[in-house]
Design a protein around this ligand. Sequence first.
Ligand code: HEC
Length: 104
Amino acid sequence: MLLWLLIGSGCHESAATDACVESGLTWESFGVGFTATYCRSCHSAATPDRRGAPAGIDFDTEADVRGFADSIRRTVLDEGSMPIGGGVQPLDLARLDDWLACTQ
Ligand code: HEC
């Protein structure tokens, strides 16, 4: 365990890549469904009612998510401020963490 921590902290880039590869999560297998379930009712160019979500903060494509990856990590995983009202399943939070590591 200690050895694992030492290797992990000394080699952050490859650790992130490993988590990404091991998770097997992609935009197609995870991102599309996650953003549809939790975000795009407000954050989409196509939504009929943004409910106050700022113009331009949309998660319709993988490129959109890459551009906002840091903000998504902060609001959902660090601050818990998005989605408004919460409700993200714990398993989906863990998957989001792994998947965002793949978008760096
Ligand atoms: C019910 C509507 C709604 C849903 C669902 C929603 N948001 Fe938001 N979002 C908002 C509103 C309104 C704002 C602007 C007010 C604010 O920043 O709190 C906002 C702002 C943001 C911002 C910019 C503010 C910042 O601090 O950077 C980000 C990033 C964001 N949302 C991410 C997400 C993500 C990721 C999801 C899905 C997990 C999500 N939101 C789900 C309504 C929503």
